[in-house]
Write a protein that binds this ligand. Sequence first.
Ligand code: FES
Length: 155
Amino acid sequence: MTALAEKGFEPQILAFCCKYCAYAAGDLAGSMRLNYPVNVKIIQVPCTGRVDMLHLLRAIEEGADGVYVAGCLEGECHFLEGNLKTKKKVAAVRKLLAEAGIEPERVRMFNLSSAMGPRFAEIATEMTETIRQLGPTPITSVGRCSAAAIMEEEK
Ligand code: FES
């Protein structure tokens, strides 16, 4: 654990969630009254295929401590291969971060179904713990993550 983590660092994490699976699983987690960290701010997307490398990089640039994409199970994307394409984008972003000296673990991809409410909560907890261990993003000059700012750029 880093010194900063010991000082009560609370990560800010952005999650791009496909409405058909991860977002619905998040709803289910809520209905099941499962707790998950408030550190995770969710952006609903029609399919993870809609998430571009620039969205992930921009989130990191804007100061997110971690970002993840949660999509349908492989082979079950409603747009056929959106999740598979984004899996490659996430891998490419992780590689870019590593080359820039930023921990690639800050960006991840998960797959789950709409029935996996407990898994949704588990992922949010797992990501929060991972980022808490890593400490704050090394990119601090720009400011902190704002889901609203990221979404504003979509308009
Ligand atoms: Fe869920 Fe494509 S529709 S990842």
